[in-house]
Design a binder for this molecule. Structure first.
Ligand code: GAR
Length: 187
């Protein structure tokens, strides 16, 4: 199997990155993680890049040319899939168009519900009985691209932001890999 050259973008703890790295080490999993990009130099997730010896780069998003430079790096490495795994910066329309149909994101809600940030507090406030996560293609509108896969669970009676986050991330770690498998089974 020829694995897709993949780049994972992170901003934080990188637990989804870790799950993707583990999946990617399986013989039959369709991606190979060639590069990790972080917009935060102290992102904890960079520890996984180091632990698993995967090249990484910290980008300075204030540099107006950063996306242009990034596109060059991604093209040099022949990246054909970008996974946004807790990447908390908005990508420009021109960047998204440069990798049309090749950028996917994981979001901690059942989209189209609760796009954007602070999802867990909004979900609790709305007294939802069910929540979950979504893996979707990235288009020019925030959290609005075509859905690849969703996973859900029932919200308990005494749930807190932290408990919801933990439960959501637990299913995210499976959902991201399953979505990628589904993606390449369809091609
Ligand atoms: C994940 O829960 C992901 O769904 C969320 O950030 C977290 C990153 O955790 N992404 C978004 O909210 C994007 N809008 P991780 O760094 O431990 O993978």
């Amino acid at each position: 199997m020829v694995k897709k050259n993949t780049c994972v973008f992170i901003s934080g703890t990188g637990t989804n990155l870790k799950a993707l790295i583990k999946s990617s080490r399986e013989y039959n999993f369709p991606i190979n993680i060639k590069l990790i990009i972080s917009n935060k130099k102290d992102a904890l997730g960079l520890l996984y890049a180091k632990r698993y010896s995967i090249p990484f780069k910290v980008v300075k998003t204030k540099d107006t040319l950063f996306e242009k430079k990034l596109i060059n790096i991604l093209n040099e490495k022949k990246i054909n899939l970008i996974c946004l795994a807790g990447y908390m910066k908005i990508l420009s329309k021109s960047f998204i168009n440069s990798f049309k149909g090749k950028i996917i994101n994981i979001h901690p809600s059942l989209l189209p519900l609760y796009k954007g940030t602070n999802t867990f507090s909004r979900i609790l406030k709305a007294q939802e009985i069910k929540t979950g996560c979504t893996v979707h293609f990235v288009n020019e509108k925030l959290d609005s691209g075509k859905i690849i896969l969703q996973k859900s669970f029932e919200i308990g009676k005494n749930e807190s932001i932290l408990s919801l986050k933990k439960k959501t991330q637990k299913i995210e770690h499976k959902a991201f890999s399953q979505a990628i498998t589904k993606l390449y089974m369809l091609v």
